[in-house]
Design a protein around this ligand. Structure first.
Ligand code: SAH
Ligand code: SF4
Length: 414
């Protein structure tokens, strides 16, 4: 979400006559898009701000703007905490320090793969999470607005869209013309020139059969799903206020895998939630072993002031214990991902090329895995492969990416 917001803000500033520079030393304006989901993320911004304060002492005309989830409603308090910041605006809001926004806030030259927010905020209040406090209640963007925005981005060169929301499964319930994510996918599937549709994140308690059906039937919708479990233990899940039991989660995964064979599943896990015993942690470990996710995003629990968990439960799993549990799951997931990916060696996958690395093309196959392949530029037209779909035979695999060679002469597939 922050990446999407940064891209938009960059586009707005460029149209206002700003242009990007490589370092803060030469900047007239430094804009920080902050994250507050864990203390570590906040600390990074706080450190950056103290460096910037020194720069500002040397160059008093430099302006600093802060947005993202660190920005609280009480601006007087913010100003007191961060006196070096000239402008604050809330996460997802527009920069109100500009006198007028340009009419067109989309990037003029978008990447092959673009992020498009479809719903802001969150109504869930998981007990550990700061997001609902900083991003407010769920607010969906009208379906037509999203479809025309995606069509315009495709016009300007995009080929893949990732629809974003804290819980995309809640999309549309608040609109005057109610719609759901499946309706949106169906509409987007008709956008000419768009090759692929992805979305994240899906809350497990809100996965509808209609959505699974849409994933199974719409040709542009990619077989990948980020379905955060957060924990593999019922007592922890209840105290997290996640709204499902682990048996529900397992049943859901089974039905998704039946309907969408070969789907790539990723998840988010928090270790060291207050009171997490060795046994409860072992349940989470077992879930990861049993499901065999394609990727797992791991985090150590970090108490967020004002959230239910931080107010009610002491943060009683020691720092060392959290680090040990993290390292354990990291090693487990590296092993599992290595096994899963090695199963792809020898197969041909369809890669949407996103760019050129040092000597290789880089892109993703349909389920979202990163693929690198060598190969001359398209021999027929000697043109850039960026934005094209290329069949690639996988020759090598690792836990985080795949390597291969392009197969057959490249067809024109604009
Ligand atoms: N809306 C998404 C997640 C948004 S936050 C969902 O429902 O899962 C992204 C991830 O940060 C979460 O999945 C969670 O794993 C992690 N996270 C959130 N709050 C946290 C906290 N207080 N401590 C540690 N990790 C946290
Ligand atoms: Fe946070 Fe839960 Fe909302 Fe995700 S669903 S943003 S974890 S409150």
């Amino acid at each position: 979400m922050n990446q999407a917001e940064s891209e938009r803000l960059e586009s707005i500033l460029c149209q206002k006559g700003y242009s990007p520079v490589d370092s803060a030393e030469t900047a007239d304006l430094v804009l920080l898009v902050s994250c507050a989901v864990r203390q570590g993320a906040e600390d990074r911004i706080t450190n950056r701000l103290s460096l910037l304060r020194r720069l500002k002492n040397q160059n008093p005309s430099m302006k600093i703007a802060l947005t993202g989830c660190m920005v609280e409603e009480d601006l007087a308090l913010m100003k007191k905490q961060y006196p070096m910041v000239d402008y604050f605006f809330s996460a997802g809001a527009m920069p109100d320090f500009l006198d007028r926004l340009p009419a067109d806030i989309l990037p003029q030259k978008p990447g092959v793969s673009v992020n498009v927010p479809i719903i802001q905020g969150c109504d869930n209040f998981c007990s550990y999470c700061i997001v609902p406090y900083r991003r407010g209640r769920e607010t969906s963007r009208p379906l037509d607005a999203i479809v025309s925005e995606v069509a315009e981005l495709v016009n300007r060169g995009a080929r893949e869209v990732t629809l974003l929301g804290q819980n995309v499964n809640a999309y549309g319930h608040d609109l005057s013309q109610p719609a759901d994510l499946a309706d949106l996918l169906l509409a987007l599937n008709g956008v000419k020139g768009l090759k692929r549709i992805r979305f994240l994140t899906n809350h497990p308690k809100d996965m509808s059969p209609r959505l699974i059906e849409a994933m199974a039937t719409l040709d542009k919708v990619c077989p990948s799903l980020n379905l955060p479990a957060q924990a593999g233990d019922d007592e922890i899940l209840a105290r997290m206020r996640r709204g499902y039991r682990i048996s529900d989660y397992r049943t859901l995964v089974e039905s998704i895998r039946n309907k969408v064979p070969g789907i790539s599943l990723t998840t988010d896990i928090i270790v060291g939630f207050p009171g997490e015993t060795a046994e409860q942690f072992a349940n989470t470990r077992r879930l990861i072993e049993d499901i065999r996710f394609d990727a797992v995003h791991l985090a150590a629990y970090s108490p967020r002031p004002g959230t239910e968990a931080a107010e009610k439960f002491p943060d009683d799993v020691s720092r060392e214990e959290k680090a040990g549990r993290l390292a354990d799951l990291e090693a487990l997931q590296t092993k599992l991902a290595t096994e899963i990916n090695s199963g792809l060696v020898g197969s041909v996958v369809e890669v949407l090329v996103e760019g050129e690395g040092r000597d290789k093309w880089r892109g993703r196959e349909r389920s979202g895995k990163l693929v690198f392949f060598k190969g001359k530029r398209d021999q027929v037209s000697n043109s850039d492969l960026k934005g094209r779909l290329v069949p690639v035979k996988i020759t090598k695999s690792g836990p985080w990416s795949l390597q291969g060679d392009p197969v057959e002469t490249l067809k024109e597939n604009k």
